[in-house]
Design a protein around this ligand. Structure first.
Ligand code: AMP
Length: 640
């Protein structure tokens, strides 16, 4: 950082320092960003660590803050822009229309007997009714639990069992890359499997797939909506610490846990992040390419942008159809100012003709935010150069609900640093701790990314129905200290920028040297031929574990012949040798045309590892494309 940047850097640091030194004063100020029906009496109740209760006694409502409170100023302004490149449809709902539809959905839920505090499970594709259902739950004080539409019966059943919903809202089908995916048979099978069968199912029929109806249980949304067209459903004012939703964490981190969130703290955290981090203004358009089944979809498709008075784009489709310019076409058409995507989507685009990025007028776009997985330097540089816009990485988890590490350009224009998601955000008392001693590590030393509780507003309150699991899972891994573990390795440079080195549970131990698979991946990715890669640790009789790499090339022709592949493999190994040392060198590098990933873009390293070790690859219900695993098998079989 140049010396000219120093005063600016201290301002974000000061903002952060104040959020920790004077938590209550800081968050009481942020709480003014939302409407309260009744003021809170206490900012923070931390009498039962590590459980934090924010804005105690305050009454508010997420739906009111996202929808109703904007009616006066922007009733006719766009609120929800739904685009499906799958069905070729587009529909813009103004705040007034969104309000009407949410109230109709709320009336339908009421008619089906849903009451405050009861759970509604939402298993839906990216259609407007999914957002209506979430907001309707918030309106009537029901707890929603959105389950990603890509999950199959078994995963869905386990979530139904855990949430015990009185109602499931679903649809006939989703569509992905032109292929209709019927939901109802999966839902029926899941209910059949589950112990806590919901009394009612509300079906949105988009006319994509015919489905069976169970008499007495299944209800048609169009019919119910028509019956409640003009009904009024007032907002249910909730105490700040009542539960707004539960969301099950993705399967990459063990068995699913119901991450439980409150009402007031979440609303305040989102409003603050929209202002300080995403810098979105009322009347502008926000575009997140995520899915409502993930935390990004909750925080930054539905609630965050709407709370900020922005229009939000809800997109059903892939980044490549009808052509690889679709995302940018939407930016141009809807004058998107703030965009949020994932590195994996950018790597997909990286393999396309780069001219797709320059065919549309992107003058409205200020910043592209990327999150969910490590953003490697080459990808960050490529997209930044191609768009000519700032790229802001942000690091967080389902558990936290909003960014832990990033830059907050609403506070100061801290320069970003390639490969680093940034600095600790206000509210997070972040530490890098030695995994054994629990002591803080020094500059440039690797430690576990941990947060000293209380966790700030917006973070999970507990694991749904299991306080003990919350404490055991997250607060007991650092010896002798009650700190929240992210289970990620991190490192901090001299200027205070953090770097995420991978999961603490993805470490490889090669001949006694502990290595993060992420570090080796970073090294492989730095080779100009590599589009993306995954590295796993595989059991080895001699060394304990060895690293094996799977690489997707930008140009598959580079490894078209056995000789070429061998030469390139050697080059890649030499690259790692050079950058990290021989100890980190993968024992093999295989070439594949795609990596096994979840639908949310996370590489299924455990499954790859299992296949490498001739074990069962485990739960694959979230896999994007099962043929990727076949490629791994084939590569192993052919390469030895
Ligand atoms: P999930 O809760 O499924 O979103 O996964 C959270 C995990 O994804 C984190 O604990 C990290 O391991 C990883 N992750 C998310 N965002 C980033 C990022 N910007 N950089 C590096 N890793 C990330």
């Amino acid at each position: 950082m140049g010396s000219g940047d120093a005063p600016m850097a201290s301002s974000l640091k000061e903002f952060h320092a104040r959020s920790i030194a004077d938590r209550e004063g800081f968050w009481a100020e942020q709480a003014r960003l939302i409407d309260w029906e009744h003021p809170f009496g206490q900012v923070l109740d931390y009498s039962r660590p590590p459980f934090a209760r924010w804005f105690v006694g305050g009454r508010t409502n997420l739906c009111h803050n996202a929808v109703d409170r904007h009616l006066a100023a922007r009733r006719d302004a766009p609120a929800l822009i739904h685009v499906s490149s799958e069905t070729g449809t587009e529909r813009v709902y103004t705040f007034g229309e969104l309000h009407r539809e949410v109230v109709r959905m709320a009336a339908a839920m009421r008619a089906l007997g849903v009451r405050r505090g009861e759970r509604v499970l939402i298993y839906m594709p990216m259609i407007p009714e999914a957002a209506f259902a979430m907001l309707a739950c918030a309106r009537i004080g029901a707890i929603h639990s959105v389950v990603f539409g890509g999950f199959a019966s078994h995963s869905l059943a386990s979530r139904i069992d855990d949430a015990a919903p009185v109602l499931v809202v679903s649809a006939d089908a989703g569509s992905r890359a032109g292929k209709v995916i019927p939901y109802k048979p999966l839902l029926d099978a899941a209910i059949e499997l589950s112990r806590n069968k919901p009394a009612k199912v509300l079906m949105v029929d988009r006319g994509l797939a015919t489905f069976e109806r169970t008499a007495g249980r299944d209800h048609d949304y169009a019919e119910l909506r028509a019956r409640h067209l003009d009904e009024e459903v007032p907002v249910e004012w909730l105490e700040s610490n009542e539960v707004s939703y539960t969301l099950y964490t993705s399967g990459t981190t063990g068995t699913p846990k119901g991450v439980q969130r409150d009402v007031g703290g979440y609303a305040v955290a989102l409003a603050a992040s929209m202002k300080h981090i995403f810098c979105g203004n009322p009347g502008e358009t926000y575009f997140s390419t995520s899915d409502i089944g993930w935390v990004v979809g909750h925080s930054y498709i539905v609630y965050g942008p709407l709370i900020a008075g922005m229009a939000t784009i809800m997109y059903e489709g892939t980044p490549l159809r009808p052509d690889p310019g679709i995302l940018w076409q939407l930016v141009e058409k809807h004058r998107v100012t703030v965009m949020f995507s994932a590195p994996t989507a950018i790597r997909v685009l990286k393999k396309q003709d780069p001219s797709w990025l320059t065919r549309h007028d992107l003058s409205s776009l200020r910043t592209l935010f990327l999150a969910g997985e490590p953003l490697d330097e080459p990808t960050a540089r490529w997209i930044g150069d191609a768009l000519g816009k700032p790229i802001v990485d942000n690091y967080w988890q389902t558990e936290t609900g909003w960014p832990i590490l990033t830059v907050a350009h609403g506070i100061e224009k801290t320069p970003t640093r390639l490969g680093s998601p940034g600095m600790p955000m206000y509210g997070y008392d972040l530490r890098l701790l030695h995994e054994k001693t629990g002591d803080e590590v020094g500059v440039d030393e690797k430690g576990v990314v941990a947060i000293v509780p209380p966790l700030p507003p917006g973070c999970m309150q507990t694991v749904w129905g299991d306080d003990e699991r919350f404490v055991k899972t997250y607060f007991t891994s650092v010896p002798g200290k009650l700190v929240y573990s992210t289970f990620d390795w991190g490192i901090r440079d001299r200027d205070g920028y953090y770097f995420i080195l991978g999961r603490t549970d993805d470490v490889i131990n090669v001949a006694g040297h502990r290595l993060g698979t992420r570090e080796i991946e970073e090294s492989l990715s730095s080779h100009s031929a590599v589009a993306e890669c995954a590295v796993v640790g595989v059991a080895d009789a001699l060394k304990g574990q060895v690293a094996i790499g799977f690489v997707v090339l930008k140009d598959p022709a580079l490894a078209a012949t056995a000789e070429a592949a061998q030469a390139l493999e050697g080059e890649l190994m030499a690259t790692v040798d050079r950058q990290l040392g021989a100890v980190a060198r993968p024992s093999r590098v295989h070439f594949v045309s795609l990596l096994p990933k979840t639908r949310s873009g996370k590489v299924l390293r455990r499954s790859i590892q299992a296949i490498c070790e001739a074990r069962d690859p485990g739960d694959l219900t979230t896999i994007e494309d099962p043929s990727a695993l076949e490629q791994v098998r084939h590569a192993l079989g052919g390469g030895r």
